[in-house]
Design a protein around this ligand. Structure first.
Ligand code: NDP
Length: 314
């Protein structure tokens, strides 16, 4: 362990739309932000292909390319963007201590947490191979690419139910693959699913393999009660089995909700610790869109700027 310590005014952890937007605003406010990109520079959007719903791109853009644009825009105003992963934090003192890659310690007056959330996956090799080529963890983002086609969605919580009904509006047919004989989703959402004629629920069913060479052409499923296996001919496969907020290092220091998301004061990005702000999917399990993450990133930079100014005056 090295004892290297650096002092900064504002540290931003995470490099998705929330982190980079916070960096753009903070740099323009002359806060000289330092941003650590984390294990997946650019965040979840770097694992998607085309993005058509981010305002300002009338012809759409590619996720990785869009995140490059975010980064360059932040750097243009002097944000210090660095490789590195926050491995530990200590928010107990007046100055916040963030350990990077297990060795370097950064002392920060204010911190914006934008570490995001990660979609959970089934763990199949074919799911990984076809990710972005018919396999997606976001129906709102990618459903449009499958309009008038047949798709399948796995999961039985509120997200899966909501996404299945969303897909049903765009697609010809939606197979909903449910591993038990009941759904976890709220009764209201279940009713919506069951009353949508082009959704077919496959109960007690697990996914064995996603078929297709370059793009998805079908899904092999198995009924665990009857052991019957069959192939669903679909062009899209959506995984909606939950998300995991990236909040492991904040447990015990920040107030988290029962699903592990950071709690923020309603209408703001303030956490329970003064000078620590949270933006993007790490504090939002409802909207989870690039544009909403960017919006809260902007809010976090403004909240941090005002908080730092008050601290200086006081
Ligand atoms: P949940 O954890 O609630 O549900 C996950 C679902 O995926 C469960 O049905 C689970 O099955 C299933 N699942 C998990 N792992 C596998 C697997 N390996 N194979 C097959 N199925 C699997 O996650 P959600 O994202 O749906 O919701 C997260 C939270 O957000 C919840 O509190 C939810 O209520 C909330 N939410 C609210 C919304 C709203 O109010 N509009 C919209 C979306 C989310 P099983 O049931 O068998 O465990």
């Amino acid at each position: 362990m090295s004892n290297e310590t650096e002092r900064v005014r504002l540290l931003i952890i995470g490099s998705g739309p929330a982190g980079y937007t916070a960096a753009i605003y903070a740099a323009r406010a002359d806060l000289k932000p330092v941003l650590y990109q984390g294990l997946q520079p650019g965040g979840q959007l770097t694992t998607t292909t085309e993005v058509e719903n981010f305002p300002g791109y009338p012809d759409g853009t590619m996720g990785p390319e869009m995140m490059e644009h975010f980064r360059k825009q932040a750097e243009r105003f002097g944000a210090d963007i660095r490789f590195g992963h926050a491995t530990d934090v200590d928010f107990s003192g007046a100055v916040h201590k963030i350990t990077i890659d297990g060795s370097k310690v950064v002392d920060a007056e204010a911190v914006i947490i934008a570490t995001g959330a990660s979609a959970k996956w089934l763990g199949l090799e074919s799911e990984k191979r076809l990710n972005g080529f018919g396999v997606s963890a976001c129906a709102t983002c990618d459903g449009y690419f499958f309009r008038k086609q047949d798709v399948a969605i796995v999961g039985a919580g509120d997200t899966a139910a909501e996404e299945a009904t969303y897909l049903a509006k765009l697609c010809n047919k939606v197979y909903m693959i449910v591993r038990r004989d009941e759904m976890r989703a709220s009764k209201a959402m279940q009713h919506r699913v069951m009353n949508t004629p082009n959704i077919e629920i496959l109960w007690n069913t697990v996914t064995l393999e996603i078929l297709g060479d370059k793009t998805v052409s079908g899904v092999k499923v198995k009924n665990t009660k009857t052991a019957e296996e069959k192939i669903l001919k679909v062009e899209g496969f959506f995984v909606a089995i939950g998300h995991e907020p990236n909040t492991g290092i904040f447990k015990g220091q920040l107030d988290l909700d029962s699903n592990g998301y950071i709690k923020t004061k309603p209408g703001t990005t303030y956490t329970n610790i003064p000078g620590v702000f949270a933006a993007g999917d790490v504090q939002d399990h409802v909207y989870r869109q690039a544009v909403t993450a960017a919006g809260t990133g902007c809010m976090a930079a403004i909240d941090a700027e005002r908080w730092l100014a008050l601290k200086q005056d006081g």
